[in-house]
Write a protein of this length. Structure first.
Length: 56
């Protein structure tokens, strides 16, 4: 099997297994707590102008 190489973006930390499992548990507890107070999940579209990615 070919080994997958993940290139990270400078300044960002990747959360990979097994750490991601712990984070998911924390997120679920926090989500349940907030839902108990009447909050709901909000998902927004994330679009960037193509000019941000064009080289000058």
């Amino acid at each position: 099997m070919k080994k997958l190489h993940i290139k990270t973006v400078k300044g960002f930390n990747e959360v990979l297994p097994p750490d991601s499992f712990g984070w998911r548990a924390v997120e679920n507890k926090f989500r349940n707590l907030l839902e108990g107070y009447g909050f709901a999940e909000l998902r927004l579209a994330f679009l960037e102008p193509t000019e941000l990615f064009a080289r000058s």
